[in-house]
Design a protein around this ligand. Structure first.
Ligand code: PMP
Length: 389
Protein backbone atom coordinates (compact mmCIF):
# COMPACT_ATOMS: atom_id res chain seq x y z
CA UNK A 1 0.00 0.00 0.00
CA UNK A 2 2.82 2.44 0.69
CA UNK A 3 3.60 2.42 -2.98
CA UNK A 4 0.41 4.46 -3.40
CA UNK A 5 1.87 7.36 -1.41
CA UNK A 6 3.38 10.45 -2.96
CA UNK A 7 6.64 11.77 -1.61
CA UNK A 8 6.20 14.93 0.45
CA UNK A 9 8.67 17.79 0.74
CA UNK A 10 10.76 17.84 3.93
CA UNK A 11 10.51 20.91 6.20
CA UNK A 12 12.80 23.45 4.54
CA UNK A 13 13.74 25.06 7.89
CA UNK A 14 15.22 21.76 9.09
CA UNK A 15 17.40 21.64 5.96
CA UNK A 16 18.49 25.19 6.84
CA UNK A 17 19.70 24.04 10.29
CA UNK A 18 21.90 21.40 8.67
CA UNK A 19 23.27 23.82 6.08
CA UNK A 20 24.13 26.33 8.83
CA UNK A 21 25.93 23.68 10.89
CA UNK A 22 27.95 22.60 7.84
CA UNK A 23 29.01 26.20 7.03
CA UNK A 24 32.60 26.73 8.24
CA UNK A 25 32.72 30.52 7.90
CA UNK A 26 33.25 32.27 11.23
CA UNK A 27 30.89 35.24 10.68
CA UNK A 28 27.83 33.14 9.82
CA UNK A 29 24.52 34.29 11.34
CA UNK A 30 21.51 32.01 11.90
CA UNK A 31 18.21 33.84 11.50
CA UNK A 32 16.44 30.64 10.44
CA UNK A 33 14.55 28.34 12.77
CA UNK A 34 12.05 30.04 15.08
CA UNK A 35 13.37 29.59 18.60
CA UNK A 36 14.61 32.18 21.08
CA UNK A 37 18.39 32.51 21.39
CA UNK A 38 20.38 34.30 24.06
CA UNK A 39 23.43 36.54 23.59
CA UNK A 40 25.59 33.39 23.25
CA UNK A 41 23.34 32.01 20.53
CA UNK A 42 21.98 29.30 22.81
CA UNK A 43 18.35 28.34 23.45
CA UNK A 44 18.72 27.83 27.19
CA UNK A 45 16.56 25.96 29.67
CA UNK A 46 15.06 28.84 31.68
CA UNK A 47 16.19 29.18 35.31
CA UNK A 48 12.65 28.76 36.67
CA UNK A 49 12.22 25.63 34.54
CA UNK A 50 15.40 24.13 36.02
CA UNK A 51 14.15 24.95 39.52
CA UNK A 52 10.76 23.38 38.80
CA UNK A 53 12.37 20.25 37.34
CA UNK A 54 14.51 19.94 40.46
CA UNK A 55 11.39 20.27 42.60
CA UNK A 56 9.52 17.67 40.54
CA UNK A 57 12.45 15.25 40.70
CA UNK A 58 12.37 15.41 44.47
CA UNK A 59 8.62 15.63 45.05
CA UNK A 60 6.69 13.99 42.22
CA UNK A 61 5.56 10.67 43.64
CA UNK A 62 3.49 9.21 40.82
CA UNK A 63 3.21 9.27 37.07
CA UNK A 64 -0.19 7.66 36.92
CA UNK A 65 -2.64 8.71 34.20
CA UNK A 66 -4.30 12.12 34.53
CA UNK A 67 -6.98 11.78 31.84
CA UNK A 68 -7.65 13.44 28.47
CA UNK A 69 -7.91 16.91 30.05
CA UNK A 70 -4.35 16.67 31.31
CA UNK A 71 -3.26 18.77 34.27
CA UNK A 72 -6.25 20.98 35.07
CA UNK A 73 -4.37 22.92 37.73
CA UNK A 74 -1.91 23.94 34.97
CA UNK A 75 -4.89 25.01 32.82
CA UNK A 76 -6.40 27.07 35.67
CA UNK A 77 -3.17 28.74 36.77
CA UNK A 78 -2.58 30.06 33.25
CA UNK A 79 -6.00 31.70 33.14
CA UNK A 80 -5.22 34.94 35.03
CA UNK A 81 -2.05 35.37 32.96
CA UNK A 82 -3.93 35.05 29.68
CA UNK A 83 -7.35 36.47 30.53
CA UNK A 84 -6.61 38.78 33.46
CA UNK A 85 -7.79 38.46 37.05
CA UNK A 86 -11.54 37.63 37.31
CA UNK A 87 -12.66 38.80 33.87
CA UNK A 88 -16.40 39.19 33.31
CA UNK A 89 -16.34 36.31 30.82
CA UNK A 90 -14.41 34.01 33.20
CA UNK A 91 -17.41 31.81 34.03
CA UNK A 92 -17.96 31.15 30.31
CA UNK A 93 -14.45 29.70 29.80
CA UNK A 94 -13.26 26.13 29.88
CA UNK A 95 -9.79 24.77 29.08
CA UNK A 96 -7.98 21.53 28.44
CA UNK A 97 -4.25 20.78 28.28
CA UNK A 98 -2.94 19.97 24.80
CA UNK A 99 0.35 18.87 23.22
CA UNK A 100 1.61 22.39 22.45
CA UNK A 101 -0.16 25.17 20.62
CA UNK A 102 -0.28 22.85 17.59
CA UNK A 103 -2.36 20.33 19.55
CA UNK A 104 -4.67 23.15 20.69
CA UNK A 105 -5.16 24.30 17.10
CA UNK A 106 -5.85 20.75 15.94
CA UNK A 107 -8.31 20.07 18.78
CA UNK A 108 -10.03 23.41 18.20
CA UNK A 109 -10.31 22.68 14.48
CA UNK A 110 -11.91 19.30 15.19
CA UNK A 111 -14.28 20.84 17.74
CA UNK A 112 -15.41 23.40 15.15
CA UNK A 113 -15.79 20.67 12.53
CA UNK A 114 -17.91 18.62 14.93
CA UNK A 115 -20.10 21.57 15.94
CA UNK A 116 -20.47 23.29 12.58
CA UNK A 117 -19.08 21.31 9.61
CA UNK A 118 -20.12 24.06 7.21
CA UNK A 119 -17.90 26.69 8.90
CA UNK A 120 -15.15 28.24 6.80
CA UNK A 121 -11.91 29.35 8.45
CA UNK A 122 -10.66 32.78 7.41
CA UNK A 123 -6.90 33.05 7.54
CA UNK A 124 -4.85 36.19 6.89
CA UNK A 125 -1.91 35.48 4.61
CA UNK A 126 0.99 35.01 5.14
CA UNK A 127 0.58 32.99 8.31
CA UNK A 128 2.39 30.27 10.23
CA UNK A 129 2.77 27.61 7.50
CA UNK A 130 1.08 24.93 9.64
CA UNK A 131 -2.20 26.85 10.11
CA UNK A 132 -3.87 26.07 6.78
CA UNK A 133 -2.82 22.36 6.74
CA UNK A 134 -4.10 21.84 10.32
CA UNK A 135 -7.56 23.19 9.45
CA UNK A 136 -7.61 21.38 6.11
CA UNK A 137 -6.71 18.08 7.74
CA UNK A 138 -9.63 18.59 10.13
CA UNK A 139 -11.81 18.88 6.97
CA UNK A 140 -12.57 22.56 7.36
CA UNK A 141 -12.44 24.78 4.28
CA UNK A 142 -9.85 27.55 4.62
CA UNK A 143 -10.24 30.91 2.90
CA UNK A 144 -7.04 32.93 2.80
CA UNK A 145 -6.94 36.69 2.32
CA UNK A 146 -3.93 39.02 2.11
CA UNK A 147 -3.57 40.96 5.36
CA UNK A 148 -0.24 42.70 4.78
CA UNK A 149 1.76 44.14 1.93
CA UNK A 150 5.31 42.96 2.56
CA UNK A 151 6.82 45.47 0.12
CA UNK A 152 5.61 48.34 2.33
CA UNK A 153 5.43 46.23 5.54
CA UNK A 154 1.95 47.61 6.16
CA UNK A 155 -1.32 45.98 7.15
CA UNK A 156 -3.77 46.15 4.23
CA UNK A 157 -6.69 46.73 6.54
CA UNK A 158 -9.23 47.14 3.69
CA UNK A 159 -8.66 43.49 2.76
CA UNK A 160 -9.19 42.42 6.39
CA UNK A 161 -12.47 44.34 6.54
CA UNK A 162 -13.55 42.95 3.17
CA UNK A 163 -12.80 39.36 4.21
CA UNK A 164 -14.64 39.62 7.51
CA UNK A 165 -17.57 41.50 6.00
CA UNK A 166 -18.14 38.83 3.36
CA UNK A 167 -17.99 35.93 5.87
CA UNK A 168 -21.09 33.98 6.81
CA UNK A 169 -22.49 33.74 10.37
CA UNK A 170 -20.63 30.99 12.23
CA UNK A 171 -17.47 31.25 10.15
CA UNK A 172 -14.24 31.18 12.11
CA UNK A 173 -11.57 33.89 12.01
CA UNK A 174 -8.05 32.81 12.92
CA UNK A 175 -6.21 35.70 14.60
CA UNK A 176 -2.65 35.87 15.95
CA UNK A 177 -3.06 37.23 19.49
CA UNK A 178 0.37 38.94 19.39
CA UNK A 179 3.81 38.65 17.76
CA UNK A 180 2.55 37.61 14.34
CA UNK A 181 4.43 34.71 12.75
CA UNK A 182 5.96 35.22 10.18
CA UNK A 183 5.65 39.02 9.79
CA UNK A 184 5.94 40.55 13.28
CA UNK A 185 3.12 42.85 12.14
CA UNK A 186 0.35 43.04 14.74
CA UNK A 187 -2.88 44.97 14.45
CA UNK A 188 -3.07 48.24 16.39
CA UNK A 189 -5.61 48.35 19.25
CA UNK A 190 -7.76 50.57 17.04
CA UNK A 191 -7.71 47.92 14.31
CA UNK A 192 -8.49 45.21 16.88
CA UNK A 193 -11.50 47.29 17.95
CA UNK A 194 -12.76 47.43 14.37
CA UNK A 195 -12.16 43.68 13.95
CA UNK A 196 -14.08 43.04 17.17
CA UNK A 197 -17.01 45.10 15.89
CA UNK A 198 -17.06 43.08 12.67
CA UNK A 199 -16.89 39.77 14.58
CA UNK A 200 -19.91 40.85 16.63
CA UNK A 201 -21.87 42.35 13.72
CA UNK A 202 -21.42 39.30 11.47
CA UNK A 203 -21.62 36.73 14.29
CA UNK A 204 -18.20 35.27 13.48
CA UNK A 205 -16.20 33.11 15.88
CA UNK A 206 -12.64 34.25 16.67
CA UNK A 207 -10.01 31.53 17.06
CA UNK A 208 -7.08 33.31 18.69
CA UNK A 209 -3.65 31.73 18.42
CA UNK A 210 -1.55 33.02 21.33
CA UNK A 211 1.86 31.39 21.00
CA UNK A 212 4.24 34.19 22.06
CA UNK A 213 2.68 35.96 25.06
CA UNK A 214 5.36 37.99 26.82
CA UNK A 215 7.74 38.18 23.87
CA UNK A 216 6.24 41.29 22.29
CA UNK A 217 5.61 44.10 24.79
CA UNK A 218 5.24 42.06 27.98
CA UNK A 219 2.67 39.60 29.34
CA UNK A 220 -0.10 42.11 30.03
CA UNK A 221 0.14 44.14 26.83
CA UNK A 222 0.42 41.05 24.66
CA UNK A 223 -2.86 39.73 26.07
CA UNK A 224 -4.78 43.00 25.68
CA UNK A 225 -6.24 42.30 22.20
CA UNK A 226 -7.37 38.79 23.23
CA UNK A 227 -9.12 40.18 26.31
CA UNK A 228 -10.80 42.93 24.32
CA UNK A 229 -12.20 40.44 21.79
CA UNK A 230 -13.42 38.06 24.51
CA UNK A 231 -15.25 40.84 26.32
CA UNK A 232 -17.32 41.49 23.20
CA UNK A 233 -18.11 38.17 21.50
CA UNK A 234 -20.39 35.28 22.49
CA UNK A 235 -18.14 32.40 21.50
CA UNK A 236 -14.40 32.02 20.93
CA UNK A 237 -11.50 29.56 20.94
CA UNK A 238 -7.99 30.30 22.20
CA UNK A 239 -5.02 28.10 21.32
CA UNK A 240 -2.27 28.80 23.86
CA UNK A 241 1.37 27.69 23.74
CA UNK A 242 3.86 27.74 26.63
CA UNK A 243 6.58 26.44 24.36
CA UNK A 244 8.16 29.84 23.63
CA UNK A 245 7.46 31.87 26.76
CA UNK A 246 8.66 29.04 29.02
CA UNK A 247 11.28 27.81 26.52
CA UNK A 248 9.78 24.31 26.65
CA UNK A 249 9.53 23.67 22.90
CA UNK A 250 10.10 19.91 22.77
CA UNK A 251 8.06 19.24 25.90
CA UNK A 252 4.91 20.20 23.93
CA UNK A 253 3.01 22.40 26.38
CA UNK A 254 -0.22 24.12 25.46
CA UNK A 255 -3.91 24.51 26.19
CA UNK A 256 -7.13 25.00 24.30
CA UNK A 257 -9.68 27.32 25.89
CA UNK A 258 -13.23 27.70 24.67
CA UNK A 259 -15.59 30.53 25.58
CA UNK A 260 -19.29 29.63 25.22
CA UNK A 261 -22.54 31.54 25.59
CA UNK A 262 -23.78 29.72 28.71
CA UNK A 263 -23.09 26.85 31.07
CA UNK A 264 -25.00 24.32 28.95
CA UNK A 265 -22.96 25.06 25.83
CA UNK A 266 -19.80 25.11 27.91
CA UNK A 267 -20.40 21.61 29.25
CA UNK A 268 -21.09 20.34 25.74
CA UNK A 269 -17.89 21.91 24.45
CA UNK A 270 -15.91 20.53 27.40
CA UNK A 271 -17.12 16.94 26.95
CA UNK A 272 -16.44 17.10 23.21
CA UNK A 273 -12.93 18.47 23.77
CA UNK A 274 -12.18 15.55 26.10
CA UNK A 275 -13.63 13.02 23.65
CA UNK A 276 -11.65 14.46 20.73
CA UNK A 277 -8.45 14.49 22.79
CA UNK A 278 -9.06 10.85 23.68
CA UNK A 279 -9.13 9.70 20.04
CA UNK A 280 -6.19 11.91 19.03
CA UNK A 281 -3.56 11.46 21.75
CA UNK A 282 -5.58 9.95 24.59
CA UNK A 283 -3.78 12.16 27.09
CA UNK A 284 -1.28 14.99 26.70
CA UNK A 285 2.33 14.51 27.86
CA UNK A 286 2.65 15.59 31.49
CA UNK A 287 6.17 16.80 32.16
CA UNK A 288 6.09 20.24 30.52
CA UNK A 289 2.71 21.16 31.98
CA UNK A 290 3.86 19.94 35.41
CA UNK A 291 6.85 22.28 35.10
CA UNK A 292 4.63 25.25 34.26
CA UNK A 293 2.21 24.36 37.08
CA UNK A 294 5.09 24.06 39.56
CA UNK A 295 6.41 27.48 38.52
CA UNK A 296 2.99 29.13 38.77
CA UNK A 297 2.28 27.54 42.17
CA UNK A 298 5.45 29.14 43.58
CA UNK A 299 5.68 32.94 43.90
CA UNK A 300 9.51 32.69 43.84
CA UNK A 301 9.66 30.61 40.68
CA UNK A 302 6.97 32.76 39.06
CA UNK A 303 9.03 35.89 39.75
CA UNK A 304 12.12 34.18 38.32
CA UNK A 305 10.20 33.19 35.18
CA UNK A 306 8.71 36.65 34.70
CA UNK A 307 12.13 38.30 35.05
CA UNK A 308 13.79 35.98 32.54
CA UNK A 309 10.93 36.32 30.06
CA UNK A 310 11.26 40.09 30.37
CA UNK A 311 15.02 39.80 29.62
CA UNK A 312 14.26 37.69 26.54
CA UNK A 313 11.68 40.19 25.34
CA UNK A 314 14.08 43.09 25.80
CA UNK A 315 16.87 41.27 23.99
CA UNK A 316 14.71 40.68 20.92
CA UNK A 317 13.45 44.28 20.94
CA UNK A 318 17.06 45.45 21.38
CA UNK A 319 18.04 43.53 18.24
CA UNK A 320 15.09 45.12 16.43
CA UNK A 321 16.30 48.57 17.50
CA UNK A 322 19.89 47.80 16.42
CA UNK A 323 18.82 46.80 12.90
CA UNK A 324 16.53 49.79 12.56
CA UNK A 325 19.31 52.12 13.73
CA UNK A 326 21.76 50.62 11.22
CA UNK A 327 19.51 51.25 8.20
CA UNK A 328 16.67 53.72 7.69
CA UNK A 329 15.09 51.32 5.19
CA UNK A 330 14.69 48.80 8.04
CA UNK A 331 13.03 51.24 10.47
CA UNK A 332 9.84 49.17 10.31
CA UNK A 333 11.59 46.31 12.14
CA UNK A 334 11.64 48.31 15.38
CA UNK A 335 7.86 48.76 15.17
CA UNK A 336 7.21 45.03 14.74
CA UNK A 337 7.01 42.55 17.60
CA UNK A 338 7.90 38.96 18.45
CA UNK A 339 10.67 36.83 17.03
CA UNK A 340 10.05 37.48 13.36
CA UNK A 341 10.13 39.89 10.50
CA UNK A 342 9.40 38.87 6.94
CA UNK A 343 11.39 40.81 4.36
CA UNK A 344 10.01 40.92 0.86
CA UNK A 345 12.47 38.97 -1.30
CA UNK A 346 12.52 36.22 -3.92
CA UNK A 347 13.88 32.83 -2.89
CA UNK A 348 17.07 33.46 -4.93
CA UNK A 349 17.93 36.39 -2.67
CA UNK A 350 17.62 34.25 0.47
CA UNK A 351 19.86 31.68 -1.24
CA UNK A 352 22.39 34.40 -2.18
CA UNK A 353 22.42 35.76 1.39
CA UNK A 354 23.48 32.29 2.56
CA UNK A 355 25.97 31.61 -0.22
CA UNK A 356 27.63 35.03 -0.40
CA UNK A 357 27.35 36.28 3.20
CA UNK A 358 26.68 33.32 5.52
CA UNK A 359 23.37 34.88 6.60
CA UNK A 360 20.72 32.21 6.99
CA UNK A 361 17.02 32.99 6.82
CA UNK A 362 14.00 31.11 5.50
CA UNK A 363 13.53 31.12 1.73
CA UNK A 364 10.39 33.20 2.30
CA UNK A 365 12.55 36.04 3.68
CA UNK A 366 11.42 35.40 7.26
CA UNK A 367 14.13 36.14 9.79
CA UNK A 368 14.31 35.30 13.48
CA UNK A 369 15.51 38.44 15.24
CA UNK A 370 16.63 36.41 18.26
CA UNK A 371 19.31 34.75 16.11
CA UNK A 372 21.52 37.86 15.92
CA UNK A 373 23.55 40.04 18.26
CA UNK A 374 23.21 43.84 18.16
CA UNK A 375 26.79 43.93 16.81
CA UNK A 376 25.68 41.86 13.78
CA UNK A 377 23.37 44.63 12.55
CA UNK A 378 26.00 46.24 10.30
CA UNK A 379 26.91 42.95 8.59
CA UNK A 380 23.25 42.05 8.04
CA UNK A 381 22.45 45.47 6.56
CA UNK A 382 25.52 45.37 4.28
CA UNK A 383 24.56 41.89 3.03
CA UNK A 384 20.93 42.89 2.41
CA UNK A 385 22.07 45.97 0.48
CA UNK A 386 24.62 43.95 -1.52
CA UNK A 387 21.85 41.58 -2.58
CA UNK A 388 19.55 44.41 -3.57
CA UNK A 389 17.02 44.14 -0.73
N1 PMP B 1 1.12 29.15 16.42
C1 PMP B 1 2.13 29.88 15.95
C2 PMP B 1 1.84 31.21 15.35
C3 PMP B 1 3.43 29.38 16.02
O1 PMP B 1 4.44 30.12 15.54
C4 PMP B 1 3.67 28.13 16.59
C5 PMP B 1 5.04 27.53 16.71
N2 PMP B 1 5.97 27.89 15.82
C6 PMP B 1 2.58 27.41 17.08
C7 PMP B 1 1.32 27.95 16.98
C8 PMP B 1 2.74 26.03 17.68
O2 PMP B 1 3.38 26.04 18.86
P1 PMP B 1 3.81 24.68 19.59
O3 PMP B 1 5.26 24.49 19.32
O4 PMP B 1 3.49 24.93 21.01
O5 PMP B 1 2.99 23.58 19.00
Amino acid sequence: MFNELNNRAADSLLALIKAFQADERSGKIDLGVGVYRDAMGRTPVMRAVKAAEQFLLENQDSKKYLGPEGDLQFVRLLEPIIFGKSPAFGSRLVGIQTPGGSGALRLGAELIQTANPSATVLLGSPSWPNHAPIFASARLPVKQYAFVDLASQQVTFESVIAALSSAVEGDVVLLHGCCHNPTGIDFTMEQWREITDLLVAHRLVPFIDLAYQGLGDGLEQDAAPTRMVLEAVDEALIAYSCDKNFGLYRERVGALYVMARNGDDLRKAESNMAALARVNWSMPPDHGAAIVRTILESPEMTAMWRAELEEMCQRVNGNRAALAAAAPELAFISRQRGLFSNLSMPKETAVALRANHGIYMADSGRMNLAGMQPADAGAIVAALRAEGC
